[in-house]
Design a protein around this ligand. Structure first.
Ligand SMILES: *Cc1c(COP(=O)(O)O)cnc(C)c1O
Length: 338
């Protein structure tokens, strides 16, 4: 088996997680009769001090539903250039919601309140209406960078003052929280809606949650249905999510530590440069000529290590549940020998 650093989405359920899935009590969730999905939604809402949550097939769907419920056509969302909602959701903000995007050029995928304030549009017929701000925590393309509460508070305050909604794409939020020690409740207070992925570092095979207040989630449920995301006995999958929230949060520290060890080796290597600061479980770096990202990845593949290009000279490594400490040592051995 190769060592797979392609993404933290590649994890397989552990035997204990599979066991929890097999034991799940299920019903038809479109009729809200799946006890396991109801339990997962209640659990996630309580974690963030919110009223309700919605189980969805993917993080793209939770983000797209959030964008849809917060905006109307002719609105715009404000996000950083690296944001998943802008880069990797097939332009869904336009397709699903008929809105525009207003990009902030931040640092490592992060924006400040001042940068957001600068781009908010005045009320004019010929301008889209600024309506929603989307933060991503941790930021994938930003190399796993994260926002702390102190950085989010002024943004949340600004949004309240300006009448903007604030959504968190928290696909990997827990990778940040295990670093900062901050609470889900404190983050919950600052956002109108939060999306978390169960299928990334948390290790569930499928699933994401949209979390917010009851009124918002009532509409979100309708939008999930029209997007084709109303599932039936998906409690078997939700059971994996409950198991993940109960058992796989604290261990994310290991993934973050593994990425940091790899980053330290790359920083000292002769073939890598511009190693982005390693804050969580994502590691982005450039390879020097004559390597290209593709040729470098080909060499790694020959040694049983898989990863993806993130640009012509840029490579991304992601650590996760299925990358053990021994595998990290093996990768370090390979990198040192190049
Ligand atoms: C993975 C990811 C998502 C959602 O992706 P899906 O593959 O649709 O589950 C959303 N935001 C970020 C930052 C992600 O990394």
């Amino acid at each position: 088996m190769p060592i797979n650093l392609i993404s933290d989405t590649v994890t397989r359920p552990t035997p204990a997680m599979l066991e929890a899935m097999m034991q799940a009590e299920v019903g038809d969730d479109v009729f809200r009769e799946c006890p396991t999905i109801n339990k997962l939604e209640a659990k996630a809402a309580a974690m963030f001090g919110k009223e309700a949550a919605l189980y969805c097939p993917s993080g793209t769907m939770t983000n797209q539903i959030a964008i849809n419920v917060h905006t109307e056509r002719l609105d715009e969302l404000i996000c950083e250039t690296y944001s998943h909602v802008y880069q990797y959701e097939t332009g869904g903000y336009g397709f699903n919601s008929g809105i525009a995007v207003n990009l902030v050029h931040g640092q490592h995928g992060k924006m400040t309140a001042a940068q957001i304030e600068e781009v908010i549009r005045p009320d004019q017929d010929w301008l889209p209406r600024s309506r929603l701000v989307v933060l991503e925590n941790t930021c994938n393309k930003g190399g796993g960078s994260y926002y702390t509460l102190d950085e989010i508070k002024p943004i949340s305050q600004l949004c309240k003052e300006k009448g903007l909604r604030l959504h968190l794409d928290g696909a990997r939020l827990f990778n940040a929280l295990v670093e900062t020690g901050e609470s889900t409740q404190d983050h919950g207070e600052l956002f109108d809606s939060i999306s978390i992925c169960l299928s990334k570092g948390l290790g569930a095979p499928v699933g994401s949650l949209l979390i917010g207040d009851k009124k918002l989630l009532k509409q979100a449920r309708r939008v999930r249905k029209v997007m084709g995301g109303g599932m039936r006995q998906a409690g078997y999958l939700a059971a994996a999510g409950i198991y993940a929230l109960d058992n796989h949060i604290d261990r994310l520290k290991e993934d973050n530590a593994h990425a940091k060890s790899l980053g330290a080796v790359l920083s000292k290597s002769s073939f890598a440069e511009n190693v982005r600061p390693v804050k969580s479980n994502i590691l982005i770096f450039d390879v020097k000529a004559p390597y290209t990202a593709d040729s470098f990845l080909e060499v790694l593949k020959g040694k049983g290590i898989l990863a993806v290009p993130f640009g012509p000279q840029t490579v991304r490594f992601v650590t996760h549940l299925d990358v053990s400490a021994e595998m990290v040592e093996q990768v370090i051995g390979v990198l040192k020998a190049l």
